[in-house]
Design a protein around this ligand. Structure first.
Ligand code: GLV
Ligand code: MN
Ligand code: MN
Length: 411
């Protein structure tokens, strides 16, 4: 099995020396290096590589004797994940699914298995939304869950639009949008992912089956005040946007705690950023997640109300709105059952777990049957350089994925 070789060949790409975390943002040179890595891994396995209109990568193992992309009764089985990262993210979130997919193909071949329907490996673009703000952008475009014009206009922190970034990387942005034909040819998508919690450590199991994803989203808040001198502007005269921002962070924590939800402000920009001045503007991003949509809405309403009230009391202007919202997802029960029986048949014990993390499998669930496998993360830490999975658990993940792919694509 080639897991270790493949894994190590990907590890240096986009690693930030001082933090040890990854900065693999879409349509950057690091992203291009990840794409080249994917293309080479596919070429080494004689898989047919395609980049779809939305910049998602696909590597196809075509069934012998069946023309590529043959329609009707031959619906493809797809696995994979993403290669992009959050700022200073871990090595496993995304890449574990892609590397395990190639390793599972190797294992199936070693066992002499041949697909009777196309078997695809996908790497979805901008899953983390780290550059353009919208989570799962590649799969969202593919599924028709975001307007292509609105997506083209999304801008990164430097003001570069998605359209400009794609074009600069040699990809035509005019073609982005729903991939109905591509999706119609896919019968199932199974994403393997590092666990982003530590339930498996407590359950003493290496692999789990995904059950559902909490509804979640991102909201941007821009507090605009009046820049002024830190040494001369009296407290009474100030219109300081930092104060309602601070109140909002505390309100988010309180609302989440009160409702059994999660709320995080992980990104804030104070402009112009002088130590000795009242800020002109503070932009902050709220990430909120809840066990159901009613709770999520309640939490977000409470935070936005607190933000508005604090802004008004400090004579600060507030503009706030969602950047991306993903409803609750329950993975396809039939496909989940098939995963469970594939694993049971091979003696693999896999509990069923929900998650608060977003995934392309969650976005695609609105269009095609999807399922997930999680691989134990001993500390549960994720979106951090400390994210980890032991080599033995990665191997168990590959075995589990191969079992599922064999049953879905080779029988
Ligand atoms: C993706 O990892 C997310 O849950 O934000
Ligand atoms: Mn992630
Ligand atoms: Mn991920």
């Amino acid at each position: 099995m080639s897991f270790a070789t493949l894994w190590e060949s990907l590890l240096p790409i986009g690693r930030n020396g001082p933090s040890g975390g990854y900065r693999r943002f879409s349509w950057t040179p690091e992203d291009a290096a990840c794409r080249a890595w994917f293309t080479q891994a596919a070429a080494e396995r004689d898989l047919r590589v395609l980049t779809d209109n939305n910049g998602n990568l696909w590597a196809w193992w075509d069934p012998p004797g069946l023309p590529p992309g043959a329609p009707g009764g031959t619906q493809a089985v797809v696995t994979g994940s993403h290669l992009d990262s959050v700022p200073d993210g871990g090595a496993f979130d995304g890449p574990l699914g892609v590397v395990s997919a190639f390793a599972a193909v190797d294992l199936l071949r070693e066992r002499g298995c041949l697909p009777v329907r196309p078997l695809g490996i996908a790497a979805f673009s901008e899953e983390e939304g780290a550059r353009f703000g919208v989570a799962c952008l590649g799969s969202r475009l593919l599924a028709g869950a975001i307007d292509p014009g609105a997506a083209r206009a999304l801008a990164d922190a430097a003001g570069i639009t998605l359209a400009e970034a794609m074009a600069a990387a040699g990809h035509d942005p005019d073609g982005i949008g729903p991939g109905d034909d591509l999706l119609a040819a896919v019968g199932a998508y199974v994403e393997l992912h590092v666990e982003q919690g530590r339930a498996l450590a407590d359950l003493d199991a290496a692999v789990a089956i995904g059950e559902q994803i909490w509804p979640h989203g991102r909201w941007r808040l821009d507090f605009t005040g009046r820049p002024d001198h830190a040494g001369t502007a009296t407290l009474a005269d100030r219109r300081d946007p930092m104060l309602p921002f601070a109140a909002t962070v505390l309100a988010a924590r309180q609302a989440a705690a009160a409702h059994g939800a999660l709320a995080t402000v992980g990104r804030v920009i104070a402009e112009p950023g002088a130590v000795n001045a009242v800020s002109a503007r503070v932009s902050a991003w709220l990430d909120a997640r809840g066990p159901d949509e009613r709770v999520l809405q309640t939490v977000v309403d409470q935070v936005l109300t607190a933000a508005r009230e604090a802004a008004a009391s400090h004579h600060v202007k507030l503009e706030a709105g969602p950047e991306s919202v993903t409803p609750a997802v329950c993975f396809d029960p039939g496909l989940r059952e098939r995963l469970a029986s594939s694993l049971v048949a091979r003696g693999i014990q896999a509990p069923v777990l929900p998650t608060g993390a977003g995934h392309d499998a969650g976005v695609l669930a609105s269009r095609i049957p999807t399922a997930m496998l999680f691989v134990r993360n001993p500390t549960g830490v994720s979106h951090s350089p400390a994210e980890h999975a032991e080599p033995a658990d990665c191997a168990s993940g590959v075995l589990a994925l191969a079992a599922v792919l064999e049953d879905l694509a080779c029988r």
